[in-house]
Design a protein around this ligand. Structure first.
Ligand code: ATP
Ligand code: MG
Length: 318
C-alpha cells in the first residue's frame, strides 16, 4: 500500500553573512539532512505511530508521502502512485491533517470549508451529507458547524479540521500531531475518533504525536526516528519486550511496615503508605512475589510494565 525506499530530504537554507554584497554573490548554504535514507512498507488498514523528538524528521517524512515536498533522493510508492506527480486520483485517496496548521477559512463557519472541499474533491451531495452527518455525530459537533471558525476553541477547531480533512473519505490519512495543545478530554475525543474512523472505513493511517498515550492507544506498530534515521520499526509490544528488562510491582499495604522488612524483598523504588513500589528484573518476578507473600501484609498487588515513555528513553540512550 505504502512503499518508501531510501527516502532522503536535505533542506538548503541560505546562511546570512556580515555583508549583503558578498552574501548576494557568494551565497553560502547550510544543509540539513532532515530525513536520512529511510525505508519502510505499510500495509492496508495498518495504523502506524511515527515518533521521535523535535526535529527528528517526522513532518518532513509525511510531507514527502503526501506530495507536498519533493525528496532529495529515494522513492515513494502509494497505491501505485508517485505522490510528487500529484495525480488527481492519488490526491482523492489521501488526506494530510495537521494539528498545528489549519485549512479552515477563519472568518466563515467550518461548513463553508466543507462545501469547498466537496467541490474540490467532487463529492456527491448524498455522500457529502452522509459524511458530514456521520463525522459530526461521532465528534458530537453539530452545533459547531455554523459558528465562525475564529470563535471556536482550539479543541472545537480541531474537530472541524478533522471533518474537513475527511469529507472525501480518504483511504490513507497522515495525521501530524492531531492532539497537540488540547486538554486531556479533547485528546481523548480525537483519539477515539481516529480509532473509530480507522476501524469503520478500513483506513491506513500514519500518526505522529508527542503524547505517548496517543500512540499506545492507537498504534500497534511504531516507527521511531531520530535525526532523520529509523531507530526502530516494529510492534509496540515487541519494543516493550526488547527494551524493558524490568517490571514494576506495586504493593498496597494493609498496615505500616518498617523499612527493614520492606528491604528484605528488595530496595523499594518509593514508599508512601500504603503504596510501596518495587522495580525488578522480569526473570525475578516469581521469586519476589513469593517473598512479598511471606513478608508483607498487603491488600492489593499489581505488576506493571515499565511506562512506555521510559522504554523509549532507553531506546534513545542506546
Ligand atoms: N523548510 C525548512 N528549511 C530548512 N530546514 C527545515 C525546514 N523544515 C524543517 N527543517 C529542519 O529539518 C529537520 C526536521 O524537521 P521536521 O519538521 O521534519 O521534524 P519533526 O520530527 O516534525 O519535529 P517536531 O516534533 O518538532 O514537529 C529539523 O532540523 C528542522 O529544523
Ligand atoms: Mg513535526
Amino acid at each position: 500500500m505504502i512503499k518508501v525506499g531510501n527516502l532522503t530530504k536535505i533542506y538548503k537554507s541560505p546562511v546570512k553573512g556580515k555583508n549583503f554584497l558578498t552574501d548576494l554573490f557568494n551565497r553560502q548554504y547550510k544543509e540539513t539532512k532532515a530525513v536520512d535514507n529511510i525505508s519502510f512498507e505499510i500495509g492496508e488498514n495498518e495504523l502506524v505511530g511515527l515518533i521521535g523528538p523535535n526535529g527528528a524528521g517526522k513532518t518532513t517524512t509525511l510531507k514527502m508521502l503526501s506530495g507536498i515536498l519533493y525528496p532529495s533522493s529515494g522513492n515513494v510508492n502509494i497505491l501505485g502512485f508517485n505522490p510528487f506527480e500529484k495525480n488527481y486520483k492519488f490526491l482523492e485517496k489521501i488526506s494530510f491533517v495537521m494539528g498545528q496548521r489549519n485549512q479552515l477559512i477563519w472568518d466563515l463557519p467550518a461548513v463553508e470549508t466543507f462545501y469547498l472541499n466537496k467541490e474540490i474533491y467532487n463529492v456527491s451531495e448524498a455522500r457529502f451529507k452522509k459524511a458530514v452527518g456521520d463525522l459530526t455525530e461521532i465528534l458530537r459537533a453539530k452545533d459547531l458547524l455554523t459558528k465562525p471558525v475564529k470563535t471556536l476553541s482550539l479543541g472545537e477547531r480541531m474537530k472541524m479540521e478533522l471533518i474537513a480533512g475527511l469529507i472525501h473519505n480518504p483511504k490513507i490519512i497522515f495525521f501530524d500531531e492531531p492532539t497537540i495543545g488540547l486538554d486531556i478530554f479533547s485528546q481523548e475525543v480525537i483519539r477515539d475518533f481516529i480509532k473509530q474512523y480507522h476501524k469503520e472505513f478500513k483506513a491506513t493511517i500514519i500518526l505522529t504525536s508527542h503524547y505517548m498515550e496517543d500512540v499506545k492507544r492507537l498504534a500497534k506498530r511504531l516507527i521511531v526516528i531520530n535525526k532523520g534515521k529509523i531507530l526502530y520499526d516494529g510492534l509496540l509490544k515487541e519494543i516493550v519486550e526488547k527494551y524493558s528488562q524490568e517490571k514494576q510491582v506495586v504493593v498496597t499495604l494493609e498496615k505500616e511496615v518498617d523499612a527493614k522488612t520492606l528491604s528484605l524483598v528488595g530496595k523499594p523504588l518509593s514508599y508512601t503508605f500504603p503504596k510501596v513500589i518495587y522495580k525488578f528484573n522480569r526473570s525475578r518476578i516469581p521469586e519476589k512475589i513469593n517473598l512479598i507473600n511471606k513478608l508483607l501484609p498487603y491488600i492489593d498487588l499489581t505488576i506493571d510494565e515499565e511506562p512506555i515513555e521510559e522504554i523509549i528513553k532507553t531506546l534513545f540512550r542506546e
